[in-house]
Design a protein around this ligand. Structure first.
Ligand SMILES: [Zn+2]
Length: 441
């Protein structure tokens, strides 16, 4: 039960005074209604968590039975009316401003807020990729899978021996920054680039992984969103793309609900253009998801998808997640018991190295139209989501200090190596009995 509810009518006058003092300010830049940051208690099952997500709130993190969410006053009232306990953590926009002003010095236009400059802007990320390709031209080539809505290149770095040649080696894909504000993920992709390019000459284990695979790294799936999130030197808490939604005043689609597999099928995304998990007007309505998907489609060579394994990095909650997200069933169309077991086995093996919690995506809450379901459902790619550091948090969950970057990206080195190695492993073949058991293959 909330404090406010316990106060009740007897202290209504005091309550009003408190409200007057803490009246949230609307987002100064967008004029959108004030948003509160809450810990939603009592969401101890996937059904309960899915119910919270379906309220249209912005779910940022999960720990045990609690979800960290950003909610409008109406959404918060609706959740309370449905029996959830909401612990207010603060006015979200005020917290963003305080977080941005932490260092107490003036922001530099186009860079991260003071104190967080070690995070790479889109321009800095692009410069790092160019440098890697220039310094290690034999094993790294830079290209682009297409352009964002605002015209930014969706940079793709390929790392392999003879990088300029398409060899018949198992391929691996790492994608980062689908969600705009999840800046630690871009650092994760840059860590992978840096580690394999600079370590190639001196580390035989890294050299072997590079020589025997083709590693693709895409650090900014949503560069418009991430640039918007830091524009003006103040964090915006932005999650979505930046393309206006036709016929509405809203801007942006949740790219990770926009993929064309079971898109909008199952209540795991929102129809409301203003919602944080809006799935877009149609599958692949966003140029960013469409471009990445077309790149993955293009890796079908001689009828066989060359990309075997994939991690899409997010923050936060410290989780390793695998398909399907759209259903709570462990097996469904195109996912046999043997295949589900492989997802779980490899997921747990990776989680054992980084201390994350491994689970099927829908064990958290139901999502539809996410990249993992598409990558597996369409291409049989062993595709995971990593929800990175921290395990739990309020505003620092969204925006961990730059000081954590080295440790929290290196933390995934072993998992990355496992994922790459797994690309060369034979895929399990469904036994005849399992095919007949559910009528699917
Ligand atoms: Zn995310």
């Amino acid at each position: 039960m909330s404090t406010r509810r316990r106060i009740g009518g007897a202290l209504a006058a005091t309550g009003l005074a408190l409200l007057a003092v803490t009246t949230p300010v609307a987002n100064a830049r967008t004029g959108d209604p004030a948003r509160g940051l809450y810990s939603v208690e009592g969401a101890s099952t996937a059904e309960k968590r899915t119910e919270v997500a379906r309220a249209g709130v912005d779910v940022a993190g999960s720990r045990g039975g609690a979800l960290t969410v950003v909610a409008t006053p109406a959404q918060a009232a609706s959740l309370r009316a449905n029996g959830f306990g909401l612990k207010p953590l603060g006015d979200f926009d005020s917290m963003l401003k305080q977080r941005s002003d932490r260092a107490g010095t003036a922001a530099v236009a186009g860079d991260f807020p003071p104190g967080d400059e070690a995070y790479h802007t889109y321009a800095e990320t692009t410069a790092e990729l160019r440098k890697a390709a220039k310094d290690h031209g034999d094993i790294a080539t830079l290209s682009s899978v297409g352009k964002s809505y605002e015209g930014r290149e969706l940079n793709l770095l390929k790392i392999s021996d003879n990088a300029g040649t398409d060899e018949t080696e198992p391929e691996v894909l790492f994608t980062c920054n689908q969600h705009a504000r999840e800046h630690l993920t871009t650092e994760m992709c840059l860590r992978i680039v840096q580690r394999f390019t600079s370590g190639y000459a001196s580390d035989p284990a890294l050299k072997k992984l590079v020589d025997e695979h083709e590693i693709f790294v895409l650090p900014n799936v949503n560069p418009d969103g991430s640039e918007y999130d830091i524009a003006g030197g103040e964090y915006q808490g932005w999650r979505k793309t930046r393309k206006p939604v036709p016929g509405s005043g809203a801007i942006g689609t949740d790219p990770n609900r926009n993929w064309d597999y079971k898109w909008s099928c199952c209540g795991g995304s929102s129809d409301d253009p203003s919602a944080a998990d809006y799935h877009g007007p149609s599958a692949f309505s966003e140029p960013e998801t469409k471009a990445v998907a077309e790149f993955v489609d293009s890796r079908v060579v001689g009828g066989a998808q060359q990309i075997k394994t994939h991690i899409d990095f997010h923050t936060f909650s410290e989780l390793v997640l695998w398909p399907y997200g759209y259903t709570q069933a462990e097996t469904d169309t195109g996912l046999s018991a043997e295949e589900a077991k492989r997802f779980a086995d490899v997921g747990k093996k990776m989680a054992a190295t980084n201390g994350y919690t491994p689970e099927q995506s829908s064990d958290l809450y139901v999502t539809d139209g996410d990249v993992n379901d598409w990558a597996w459902g369409k291409h049989k790619i062993l595709s995971y989501t990593f929800e990175m550091y921290p395990k739990d948090g309020g505003i620092d969950g969204f925006y961990p200090p730059a000081s954590v970057i080295p440790e929290q990206t290196a933390r995934n080195d072993k998992a990355v190596d496992i994922l790459i190695t797994e690309a060369g492993a034979p895929a399990p073949t469904a036994s005849p009995s399992s095919k007949s058991a559910d009528g699917r293959t």
